[in-house]
Design a protein around this ligand. Structure first.
Ligand code: PEP
Length: 242
């Protein structure tokens, strides 16, 4: 089953109007020459207007890093999926491990965010992944299964097949420590059995130009969710080429 490849950058809480402009200029110059992969950037909320203006009509899609599970109302500081759609977002990351760990997002809340995103026509990128302690305890499959199952129970396999799943081992995010291609494939293969064959499953966790090609060559890896390396045009472009 041929699945369209995707490499999405997660800028996290980085950027400025000026550095964004420089980064986007480089991407826009080079991305038309890179075939066979879709590129997206997931940026902080305040930059969505700038990004939408700059990327409109280009080959680069954009999105946000979080979304409220609520449609509207008295939720100070929150941003709804419909608001993201108004800014032309195609993607939104839900359940990033930093949201789960630092802001206490539960599996149920992540599933509700996933549903809210899809209702507004966005494509959720659902992150799942185990901590080092969970891996060491042999609980990797149990953890990612629990995180995915909550969404499957709420929305069903068909909905998940229109979304994107990202396997992001927590111990590999921002640590410089990457899963080996085999470790990634093992978990991707496990996840693949739970979803429809057309569901795209990305790998995330210290993806760099040096390791991207080997990881992306695995049969159940359909691209990457890239944090740190998506902030440097040269590195991000090399990963896209991989
Ligand atoms: C991420 O933030 O989703 C991520 C994978 O970060 P990094 O590539 O920096 O590990």
């Amino acid at each position: 089953m041929a699945r369209a490849r995707l490499v999405a950058g997660n800028w996290k809480m980085h950027g400025s109007r000026e550095s964004n402009r420089a980064l986007l200029d480089r991407l826009l110059q080079e991305i038309p020459g890179i075939k066979g992969v879709e590129c997206a950037v997931c940026v902080p909320f305040p930059y969505l207007g700038q990004i939408a203006e700059r990327l409109a009509g280009s080959a680069v899609a954009w999105g946000a890093q979080n979304v409220s599970e609520h449609a509207q109302g008295a939720y100070t500081g929150e941003v709804s999926a419909a608001m993201l759609a108004e800014f032309g977002c195609r993607y939104v990351i839900v359940g990033h491990s930093e949201r789960r760990q630092l802001y206490g997002e539960s599996d149920a809340q992540v599933a509700a965010k996933f549903a809210a995103a899809q209702r507004a026509g966005l494509v959720p990128i659902l992150c799942v992944g185990e901590t080092l302690a969970e891996r060491d305890a042999g609980r990797t499959e149990q953890v990612v299964d629990r995180q995915l199952q909550q969404v499957l129970n709420l929305e069903g396999k068909d909905s998940v097949s229109k979304a994107v799943v990202a396997y992001e081992p927590v111990w590999a995010i921002g640590t410089g420590r990457t899963a080996t291609p085999q470790q990634a494939q093992e978990v991707h293969g496990f996840l693949r059995e739970k979803v429809l064959p057309e569901t795209r499953i990305l790998y995330g966790g210290s993806v760099k130009p040096q390791n991207a090609a080997a990881i992306f060559a695995m049969p159940d890896v359909d691209g990457g969710l890239v944090g740190g390396a998506s902030l440097a045009a040269k590195e991000f472009l090399e990963i896209l080429k991989a």
